[in-house]
Design a protein around this ligand. Sequence first.
Ligand code: ANZ
Ligand code: ZN
Length: 845
Amino acid sequence: MTDTRSDTRFDPGQADLRWQRAWEEAGTFSADSASPKPKSYVLEMFPYPSGRIHMGHVRNYTMGDVLARYKRMRGHEVLHPMGWDAFGMPAENAAMEKGVHPGGWTRQNIETMKAQLKRIGFALDWTREFATCDPEYYGHEQALFIDLYEAGLVYRKESEVNWDPVDMTVLANEQVIDGKGWRSGAEVEKRKLNQWFLKITQFAEELLDGLGKLEDWPEKVRLMQENWIGKSSGMEFSFDLSNGDTLPVYTTRPDTIFGASFVAVAPDHPLAQSVAAQNCDAAKFIERCKRGGTTAAELETAEKLGFDTGIGAKHPFTGEYLPVFIANFVLMDYGTGAIMAVPGHDQRDFEFATKYNLPILRVVAGKPEDADLPFGTEAEPGDGVVVNSGFLDGMSVEEAKAEVIARAEAEKWGQGTTVWRLRDWGVSRQRYWGTPIPFIHCGTCGVVPVPKEQLPVTLPDDVDFKTPGNPLLRHPGWKHVDCPKCGGKAERETDTLDTFVDSSWYFLRFASQPADKPFDRDEVAAWLPVEQYIGGIEHAILHLLYARFWTRALQHIGLLDFAEPFASLFTQGMVTHETYARRAPDDGRLSYFLPDEVERSSDGAVLKADSLPVEIGRVIKMSKSKKNVVDPDAIIDRFGADAVRWFMLSDSPPERDLPWSEAGIEGCGRFVQRLWRLFASLDANAEGEDKSLERKAHQAIAAVAEDIEALSFNKAVARIYELTSAAEKAAPSASRNFAVRTVLLLVSPMMPHIAEEAWAGAGDGGLIADAPWPVHDPALLVEDEVTIAVQHMGKLRDTLTAPKGAPKEDLEALALASEKVQRSIDGAAIRKVIVVPDRLVNIVT
Ligand code: ANZ
Ligand code: ZN
């Protein structure tokens, strides 16, 4: 035992930094692509450099860190990188509000946050760090974008944007609040602009099918992606209209065609537009529809509104004319933008028909006798048998669907089709702080890609954020260039890429970073797919779908050999805390206080400043706006990095929310010291065996490994607590030393600093980060003693412990030797003894 270790307190303020430096100097966590070891790529979603690390980051990265360190101990070459998703709006907002440059603001935040991450002791390969705003990174992204353009996966199309007429700028959807610009408060208009799109729909089927093979993804996430892709099968057919036109509609329920009582088109459908051109009431109606929200979810709940065009649509079977409405609940960009409406069996149609007094017909019933059953207050979208439908009567819904499609195809007025909810990905942003789209517009040659040797197209630094709008558009020089094709005067594209593009391939660049191309195909293949990806559920759809699409698209153009980037996905729960607030007496507005500003007791809370009460709110996700946050740095100052890491892993299963508590972190702080005393109690001279403790240690080795692999960190933590307690209680022996060393190794991925410090005194030299995971003896996993129930006439009289697998005779003898049993038998003649090995002895008298 060394002198420092006889000191009974562990001082993280001293030790943490020392070990962080030691790892850095030794390059412990630098991943070697050429290593012959099996490779593991552990990745957490990289952060947006918003300013400071928060507890949500700490939880996410601690989980990945434990897995990465564990994998190294199991002999894997581990890639565990970190970088920055550094483009985006907040930097531009900061520029507008504080007059700083988005680049400077971002770099400053990165520096702060990197220092914070280092203080937590994450096993990261910092040599591979990059920010997506590095020209080197986005230059490669521009090259990939041009590759995709050349492969026909990028195109331009006119599409609508939110236009703020006061700020003269395009707004993102999040910047439109109740139809008004978030800064100006002006009524937002729709404008059509030429924009860039990625053809994700070309991969719709593949992206959907691929979900089936992602067995190690949460079911919930797969379902969300499936719904987002939204494959729908049905029929498209055309109505002949009374004005001589034809109107194609899309339905998933051709079986209900005899129940159609009206037809409806979207407000921006060409038919609606042509009616509006001659009828100003129709035009007014359409204007009114545009004012409300236009998302599918908003339309679902909004009041149904319609305008009767006076046109009739001829039913393909009955020949009857159905009225054609313009209706607010029909979307232009789904199916054909027009529907046959069946109020009896579709809720939206039901509400509309009720409001406008249109017939509600039953064409599906539970059984044929119910053909004339009236409807209740809702549509009946369910399954059943077809009724009131001529030649379809008596068929099941499925049979009737097939029959109608067959007839329509034979008579050539419709056909079976598949429709997707997924839309092509609009990637144009009219913003400065993003990757410039590498194209040039020439009056003669049209749209010309920037030649690759001229990449990166870098952002100009001298930009002005005082005037709203896109600074690239207003910049005096930047956009004026010569056409790469004809040499004539031309203009750069001033749109930048959606930041989701930046995060759609960063995991490839982490794995391989050549200077002359985005990545090396073979080096990437050595690391990917990512073995374990960890991040928030908020990315279940967009980021994860876009990353899957980019991987497939790059495979499609021959740059990659695999289709799915993330073999296993884990979505961690949030860190939560109760809120503290006071209500202003005049307007009732809440003002929030930090947990630090509040004195909490069992029956309430008071503000430290004035000792008057504050309201305690619900336990919710930590957020700056509710001030229910705890700063990781402050906690590390008090308890050290290991205690915070341990807290992040304890108590709650990792997929659940983790409520932060002062008592909890204090407990972790105490446990760190308990461990320190335990490690200090190793006794080199101790001899002798403690079989039971040894067995416990072997069991813990196996169980903790299993738990970490399943990401059940809270279970691993509980195991370590158990073994710690058992070792604390045991008398000195060689077995106890083994158990203590086992605790040290098992805890090392979770609390690496104290583990290194103890290892320096008690280990085999070197860093514990480089030590192998302990080996357990499988023979010791099974308990060797069992509990035997002893019964007399079927009634439990005693329980005994016996060696596992003891012969029947031994158990019988043991049972009969029991005093309690003898008292129960009370001298009666024994007729029979039934023995079930390892479990039970029953004595019959
Ligand atoms: C008749 C019908 C009867 C329908 C019935 C449903 C139930 P999914 O499953 O999401 O693909 N629809 C079609 N195009 C539409 C559009 N552009 N805007 C709003 N609604 C539209 O939904 C397809 C169903 O939604 C279609 O099937 C159509 O209504 C409606 F008992 O046709 B259905
Ligand atoms: Zn040209």
